[in-house]
Write a new protein. Sequence first.
Length: 315
Amino acid sequence: AQLLPRIRTEGNVLVWDDELAFALQTPLAAAIPPMTMREQVTSNFSVTIAQPLTPILPLVDLLEIETHGREAAEAERSRARLDAAQRAAEGHLRALQAHTYRDITEKTLRQVDAQLERARSLERAGVLGRVDVLRLEAARAGASRETLRARAAVAIAQRALALAIDMREEVIPVDDLPKSPPRVDATHASNTEAIAKRPEIDAARARVRQAEAGRSAVRWQLFPNIAAIGTYQHAEGMGAFQPADAAFAGATLSWDVFEWGRTLDALAEAAARTEQAKLALDATDAGIAFDIARRRLDLDAAYEMLAVGASGARA
């Protein structure tokens, strides 16, 4: 909208203390009636159309700044969506893990109960000593405490999962995962592709383009501002020497020739912000590469621990 012509209207109605008349002081003045220079009530109305010419150039850069800012915001929104999806996936897996651990602790408690009952029978028969029974009773107390913790962990994990997916009621997870999940490709090509798909890179690149456009917009402040204007005026009660209708067209120029280096300092600041955005892009790229490598190692370790976890669940 700032690239298009602007239309501005102004008007006023004024009531003066008296009208302003003009009379000739000559021998013939008696034959010439006085002329009204200004009536007691006057009004004025004008319409002006202004089209910026040279200011369009920095406006284009400002528009580019906003465009790149929107691109960065969209990339950050994509990252937020990915983060939300990751939290939901982690919440689902943690809930499944909590259910599995609860089942394991309950199974352990039942086994300890069976051993304790058998030990008490053997104690009554005189085959087993009291110390062995007390040892099993202590183990049973520990297993009971662990079962209570596991049940509480299930409730917490289910509520956390509901929060992650924006649900108000309790969510019970369903284990529809494959028994043996496939190993994820961790080659160099896949890492490069993963880096390229991260929205943080898109956001950082958009910030660099935004900073470069900002520096260009500041540079235009060194040049004069030229605008084309056209005005129509209508006046009432202004006497015979001012026409009722008038119009003119032309151009205006304004130029801050000297301002103690303010624009040059702003240009240096914009250049520094551009360099800062480029450094942030490099840091983001390196950080993402490290994050992907760390997650790959965690993934490999978790994959190797699947067999250990499966054996514990079967025990």
